[in-house]
Design a protein around this ligand. Sequence first.
Ligand code: ADP
Length: 481
Amino acid sequence: MKNILFVASECVPFIKTGGLADVAGALPKSLDRTQFDVRVVLPDYTCIPEKYRSQFHYITNFYMDLGSLGKIYVGVFSFELDGVTYYFIDNEHYFGGDKPYGEMRFDIEKFIFFSKAALSILPVVGFHPDIIHCHDWQADLVPVYLHTLFKSNPFYQGIRTIITIHNLRFQGIWDIKTIRSISGLPADIFTPDRLEFKKDANMLKGGMVYADRITTVSRTYAGEIQMPYYGEGLDGLLRAKSGTLSGILNGIDYDIYNPQTDSKIETTYSVKNFRKGKTANKRKLQKELGLPEDPGVMTVGMITRLTDQKGLDLVAWVMERLLDSQIQLVVLGTGDPNYENMFRHYEWTRKDKVSANIYFNDERAHKIYASSDAILMPSSFEPCGLTQLIALRYGSVPIVRETGGLKDTVEPYNRFAGTGTGFSFANYNADEMLSTIFYAEQVFYDERKAWDAMVERGTKTDFSWNNSAKEDEALYHSLVG
Ligand code: ADP
């Protein structure tokens, strides 16, 4: 039996702001329990729903040294769900409030505390991991601490580390003086070959330097980030580390995302009756959203953070022309106020075509997946992307830019061979995107049989965790034989 510890800042079903939470929730459950004892460390955010929090078991508390801040309270709670043990680190100063992240300076301090606490609780709870698997910058000081302040402590000997980069854009950067002072890490690691990055300190870079392995969430993204265009300033280090870098595709939870059993949608359906099922869902959603009730019109959904990464500037550029075509556009997302207001504006002026839902709502997301004919994802970069995987499962045809995980999971439609599961375009260019959407519309309206066959191929792809979990297992075996 090998002991694996996940360290993450969010995890379904407790707390979610993005895809990381889906991964941290689904992967531990999917690993072979006869070979791995997997446990997960999370912050005990007070905004975790009470129905879970009220069931957490108090284990203990102690005070932990945190650099210049002195002794800080660490409470430890545990909870078991689906055979996985979760540890929650309690400290209301850091994890209070109504959302997990906020102002960056405070987040930096919060996750320095979290990373050190995740290691400090281990002797107390009596779990000795063979491998610690750290997710994103919020957990990436773990390998750094192991190789410095915890190095001479016998308990921590032999622990191997993996960091997974879910999005290279977010790195946890602040000035060296602050990070050094809060973390208590030795001065000699704040050099350009270790944590220093353009005169500041970079927590993700620390993880990359000290971890035994680096993974990211698709093969294409693992290649892309070694190039300057996608490398966010770290491509050089990633090239140097290419021998320990690999891409393992995320999956989605096929129990949660299952149109045959989904209680969040109006009418459940399977591959056999998807046309009928999706039409029923579409009618209901159109009514709910105040769109013209026309089951024949092509509905394009966008369920996404409204940021530049997601290609919203391309959409903004061609919006008028897009809305002159035969579609209804249903947007669900929050983010950059410019994009939020753009969609509000179009909903206001083009009520017959646009529904702008500027909030986060999981139930509505399910309803949109179930009723859309296509899902648009013109990302400028996309480490893996879960939205297109969910779309495939619900019979919504993905229209994507060929980057990162989008490239690895959506096979472009080939009308001659009768293959493919979606539509894609190569260059980050609004006109290219628009002509791809128009091509999709043409197939939808004029070649309905071909469209339905494509939907069917999409629903038959397997992006559950089965395959990815096997790759992670192989990685764990390769690290600790
Ligand atoms: P990222 O992690 O970069 O935000 P992904 O495609 O990997 O993008 O994952 C996004 C996840 O969050 C998907 O499960 C998607 O359905 C969900 N999501 C995004 N925006 C919203 C929203 N406004 N309401 C509900 N779910 C959302």
